[in-house]
Ligand binder design. Sequence first.
Ligand SMILES: CC(C)(COP(=O)(O)OP(=O)(O)OC[C@H]1O[C@@H](n2cnc3c(N)ncnc32)[C@H](O)[C@@H]1OP(=O)(O)O)[C@@H](O)C(=O)NCCC(=O)NCCS
Length: 182
Amino acid sequence: MQPTFVTERLILRPLQLADAPSIQNLAGEKDVASTTLSIPHPYPDGAAESFIAATQERYSKNLGSTFALISKETSELVGCAGMHIVSDYNRAELAYWIGKPYWGHGYATEAARRMLEYGFDELKLNRIWAAALDRNPASSMVMQKIGMKYEGKLVQHIKKWGEYEDLVYYGITISEYETALG
Ligand SMILES: CC(C)(COP(=O)(O)OP(=O)(O)OC[C@H]1O[C@@H](n2cnc3c(N)ncnc32)[C@H](O)[C@@H]1OP(=O)(O)O)[C@@H](O)C(=O)NCCC(=O)NCCS
């Protein structure tokens, strides 16, 4: 069973089929899709249901976990965060998005910090990394705030909506994480 976590303002719980309309509504916003590599735009009917089913299958195959981020105060879904695990290397890629109405409240940072704790304290991963488009400083800021280090930039590494884009990479190892905790 995928766990549920509670942070200061959020509940991080497994996705449920009933989350599909909220996901379609929030992830369907162009500004959310614009800086991600996997969210389609326009967001088709059925894509949220497929995404939810894929996250459940990924967890069952030990390939990672994705969490709905629920506001404790309003019970609304404000975004998603998750990790894709590569067991052979004992590492995971961290990913997250927050619905535009909820940007700038520290939710991504709060959820990503809990993901790191889960990855290192509970899953005993050796390394967690993440990538962002270079034109997405908010995501780089989230990674920096949770203690990930800048590891470099891959120039024109992907093509998004017809434009080549630079990707910035951040990462942290379990020893760096434990050292930072003191
Ligand atoms: C990137 C994203 C997840 C950030 O979510 P959020 O909940 O608003 O993030 P937080 O509030 O936790 O932190 C954002 C930080 O970036 C900073 N920031 C925002 N815009 C910025 C900009 N243009 N330049 C520099 N810093 C910026 C904020 O000030 C904040 O830092 P602070 O708390 O020190 O002030 C959200 O904008 C999003 O979902 N975007 C679309 C999807 C996406 O890009 N996902 C990540 C893919 S790698």
